[in-house]
Write a protein that binds this ligand. Structure first.
Ligand code: ZN
Length: 138
């Protein structure tokens, strides 16, 4: 049973694909002065998290030993850059169902557990103006 929180849809995090975490991390940490937030690795990516107000910036690096990971494939095809935007919604199941009903292509038919231990589901960029969208709960 999802928790009944009604905060409105917000940006939860922005996922940025990087080719070398150690090279990019100082920009966010030292120059932008964003506090680091420890996050578990997920989907074959090393993740460095930074708190930016209500939202997080997540730097996603594909380790060399995982050339088959989604991030490695993304970088090989398009280079480093914004990989996805994650929105936290009040009711993930209801939002997914609305998207499904309207013909939005879902990558995850049912929510799964993501990097922050929360339920997530991805929408396919071909249905969302070229942006990979992740949905999660508050
Ligand atoms: Zn994400």
């Amino acid at each position: 049973m999802p928790k009944a929180t009604f905060r409105g849809t917000r940006i939860a995090h922005i996922g940025i694909a990087v080719d070398a975490l150690d090279r990019v991390l100082p920009f966010y940490r030292d120059l932008l002065a964003l506090p680091e937030e420890p996050l578990d690795d997920a989907d074959g990516a090393r993740i460095a998290g930074f708190r930016a107000g209500d939202a997080l910036v997540e730097l996603l690096e594909a380790p060399p030993e995982r050339p088959d990971s989604p991030i490695a494939k993304f970088i090989a095809k398009r280079g480093p850059g914004i990989h996805h935007i994650c929105f936290a919604v009040d009711d993930l199941n209801a939002t997914l169902e609305r998207c499904r009903r309207e013909g939005i292509k879902l990558i995850d038919d049912v929510p799964r557990i993501g990097a922050e231990g929360k339920r997530i589901a991805f929408l396919h960029p071909s249905s969302t103006a070229g942006v990979l969208i992740e949905l999660t709960e508050h």
